[in-house]
Design a protein around this ligand. Structure first.
Ligand code: ZN
Length: 306
């Protein structure tokens, strides 16, 4: 089954929209290939609020955020992960309101250099005042949020569960408009699949990703998102079986239909699958994992691909 993507939604840059009794959103004017229409900044609560992923520090966005928060106090700034479309405004906003920034903290696996740039980019200055971990509860004025550690897109990615509305702020972990980028070494496909299963198991009413519209048919969507990755893995196993052993040959075969400019990103996605399959013993290679490595099925691999 293909993923039932949702891409249409009503928004205007800088406008503050009431999305539910407890949730408002301001969309930043930073559209792009990784941000879709821009960063959706969520405001939780009424007078004393939490802000999730305050976004970039562009003047128009800063002004829009100021206007949306006029007469209110931000008591908590929550960050899903350290990418530049999510976290740069976190510290300035917290300082302006005299509150703290909450997030997982630095990446457990920092970049080693030489990676192909597949994302909007890292915010290397990001450092939360309060490091939070899986299952931690943050309480504010009339709202309760649980942090859920969802590594995969990045190793330090957190989603936030607004208990009162059974709503998950899913960051870049699950997005309605697109699949998520999972690029090694910080991105990890094994972690990613587990993090998808964790979200599925909690049966949320609604997912509110940072980019694009909400996902309302949650279980169907997350199941399809997961199945898509598992189907891709089966295709990779078949390609290996047919004698395609280099990542670039596999990409040319599996992604023949897509724009060649997207092939480097696809190569990273295939690599993340192969690393995961190797960890599970379904695939082998003679040296360290990487884009130039050749991969082969092990005997168990044939079983795994079935
Ligand atoms: Zn990101």
């Amino acid at each position: 089954m293909s993923i039932p993507f949702v891409r249409d939604y009503d928004f205007e840059y800088g406008r503050c929209d009431q999305l539910s009794p407890m949730v408002q959103r301001v969309v930043a004017d930073n559209p792009g290939p990784f941000t879709y229409t821009g960063t959706g900044v969520f405001i939780i609560g009424d007078v004393n609020v939490a802000v999730i992923d305050p976004g970039p520090t562009t003047p128009a966005h800063v002004a829009a955020l100021e206007k949306a928060l006029e007469g209110r106090a931000v008591t908590h700034v929550l960050v899903t992960h350290h990418h530049i479309d999510h976290s740069p405004m976190a510290q300035p906003l917290a300082e302006a309101h005299g509150c703290k920034v909450y997030g997982y903290g630095l990446q457990p696996r920092p970049p080693q250099g030489g990676e192909v740039r597949l994302e909007a980019g890292d915010d290397l200055t990001f450092k939360p005042d309060v490091e939070i971990r899986d299952g931690e509860i943050i309480e504010g004025d009339g709202w309760t949020i649980e942090a859920i550690h969802t590594p995969g897109h990045t190793s330090n990615h957190l989603c936030y569960d607004l208990r009162e509305e059974n709503t998950l702020f899913s960051g870049d972990h699950i997005m309605g408009w697109s699949t998520s980028v999972v690029s090694p070494p910080d991105g990890d496909m094994g972690d990613y699949l587990n993090s998808l299963r964790r979200v599925y198991d909690r049966h949320f009413n609604i997912l509110r990703p940072t980019h694009g519209p909400a996902i309302t048919d949650v279980d169907v969507f997350v199941k399809a998102y997961l199945d898509h990755r598992l189907a891709r893995e089966a295709q990779i196993a078949n390609a290996l079986k047919s004698g395609l052993n280099s990542i670039f040959d596999i990409v040319s075969d599996l992604y023949a239909e897509i724009d060649k400019r997207l092939h480097p990103a696809a190569a990273h996605s295939v690599l993340s699958h192969l690393i995961h399959m190797r960890q599970e013993g379904r695939v082998k290679a003679d040296g360290p994992d990487g884009l130039k490595q050749e991969y082969f099925l092990t005997e168990d691999g044939k079983k795994g691909a079935a």
